[in-house]
Design a protein. Sequence first.
Length: 119
Amino acid sequence: MEKFLLIIREDLGKMGKISDEERFSNIPMMLKWVDSLIESGNYIRGEPLLTKGRYVSKDQILSDGPFIEAREGISGYEVIWAENIEQAAAIAQTCPLVQSGLAVREVRPIASVYSVNNE
């Protein structure tokens, strides 16, 4: 099994027009989906992200979000186990936010450079 990062990308314009309460109203369906990943043995961890943040370079803070400069933003992530990138992509496609058209998922393999906490 390999580890993959499933990045949730959402339209920042839409996100900026709704309250956090509205945004997080999808949590119950996402938790149900995560429960299915736990049951299948694919889930490692994940969290939603707030829209606040910073772009940081060596010498300066380039932006202090929300990231209105971009059309899409990263609103959360999961780390999963999968046999290969095809299986990871298939799992990502079952995400309720993807199925409802509210978000897209980027699927990235995680390089096995070293292991922390036996993950």
